[in-house]
Design a protein around this ligand. Structure first.
Ligand SMILES: NC(=O)c1ccc[n+]([C@@H]2O[C@H](COP(=O)([O-])OP(=O)(O)OC[C@H]3O[C@@H](n4cnc5c(N)ncnc54)[C@H](O)[C@@H]3O)[C@@H](O)[C@H]2O)c1
Ligand SMILES: O=C(O)C[C@H](O)C(=O)O
Length: 345
């Protein structure tokens, strides 16, 4: 009897995973995901990872050029998602139509010696025009903003959506998952832990000192000397710069970012599909820190996007100092984004 029920269980599991792979399960809703900037350093591996995700039934790959080739290549992979490639502004409406989730890694990356804010002049305009198209063609989609400077590009998208009358703070996310991925990796290496067991919330924003890892809230609990804490915090804050320098002029993090972006996108889709207790750190509209209208902290994801913005929990003195010192930089990046859309020059 026991052997029979084990066999039935295995059969059911195999059937349901086959159905999932084909995108045919009646329990799994159809989900169309778009990647804007899909021919780029992040866009290509992110497109690949989304094609491998059984929750994605339709994958729309958009860039200003180069997407037909990328889409053709990815479409040959024998997983369920239907893949379409779109190139050039005249194809943007088609790329966005019917999307549940839009991921934006479009824009220029840093070179050594640059800050993320140095990307503002080019990327702000790109994000403004993509946000405007999203408001027109898929206003109900969740938006995962990867393009830097995230601290400003999220407010830019929000202001565009407000102007278009489609703004819903629950649906707009700055992707800060790479900071969490880095904090987990660096802590696990430093303390000899299995990285799969390690989690570290990272709050604040996504640039330099605005990236604030909360090692006092890590799981498993760890004892860190003052030197270790300082070194781990700085390495997490400078993780992006470490990659920019290692790539020596050939861009910034792409592969680890694609991994992080795919993790976050999957959590968004799971939340939309009704999964419970999906919690991720993300840079969202927030009242967690008075005076900062956008802030990254843990958020609970659900059918409508952000279901709940969670508080910061108890901070150590070191983390409280970090929080106090990031506020003015984060606020000025937010204002810069807001003004870009609203102030006529
Ligand atoms: N949030 C994060 O943690 C994080 C991590 C890494 C990189 N980034 C940022 O992601 C962005 C992309 O980085 P990358 O390494 O993929 O750069 P990349 O130059 O390799 O690719 C960017 C792609 O965007 C495309 N693009 C430009 N304008 C566009 C438009 N109007 N519409 C659609 N696509 C457009 C380009 O054609 C290119 O294919 C950069 O701004 C980078 O700083 C963010
Ligand atoms: O550092 C960068 O410019 C890219 C990205 O924001 C990162 O953190 O890797």
């Amino acid at each position: 009897m026991a052997a029979r029920s084990v066999a039935v269980g295995l059969l059911k599991r195999a059937l349901s995973s086959q159905q999932q792979v084909r995108g045919m399960s009646s329990a799994t809703p159809k989900r169309k995901v778009a990647v804007l900037g899909a021919a780029g350093g992040i866009g290509q591996p992110l497109g690949l990872l989304m094609k491998l995700n059984p929750l994605v039934t339709d994958l729309s790959l958009y860039d200003i050029a180069g997407t037909p080739g990328v889409a053709c290549d990815i479409s040959h992979i024998n997983t369920g998602a239907n893949v379409e490639g779109f190139a050039g502004e005249e194809d943007l409406a088609k790329a966005l139509k019917g999307c549940d989730l839009v991921i934006i890694p479009a824009g220029v990356p840093r070179k050594p010696g640059m800050t993320r804010d140095d990307l503002f002049n080019i990327n702000a305009g790109i994000v403004r025009s993509l946000a405007s198209a999203i408001a027109e063609h898929c206003p109900g989609a969740l938006v995962n903003m990867i393009s830097n400077p995230v601290n400003s590009t999220v407010p830019i998208a929000a202001e565009v959506f407000k102007q278009k009358g489609t703004y819903d703070p629950k649906r707009l996310f700055g992707v800060t998952t790479l900071d969490v991925v880095r904090a987990r990796t660096f802590l696990a290496h430093r303390k000899g832990l299995n990285v799969r067991d390690v989690d570290v919330p990272v709050v604040g924003g996504h640039a330099g000192i605005t990236i604030l890892p909360l090692f006092s809230q890590a799981t498993p609990k760890v004892d860190l000397s003052d030197e270790e804490l300082d070194a781990l915090t700085k390495r997490t804050q400078d993780g992006g710069t470490e990659v920019v320098q290692a790539k020596a002029g050939k861009g910034s993090a792409t592969l680890s970012m694609a991994y992080a972006g795919a993790l976050f996108a999957e959590s968004c889709v799971k939340g939309m599909n009704g999964a419970q207790d999906i919690v991720e750190c993300s840079y969202v509209a927030s009242s967690v820190v008075p005076g900062l209208p956008y802030f990254s902290s843990k958020v609970r994801l659900g059918p409508n996007g952000v279901e709940e913005v969670l508080g910061l929990g108890k901070l150590s003195d070191y983390e409280q100092k970090g929080l106090d010192s990031l506020k003015s930089e984060l606020m000025s990046s937010i204002e810069k984004g807001v003004n870009f859309v609203n102030v006529k020059t």
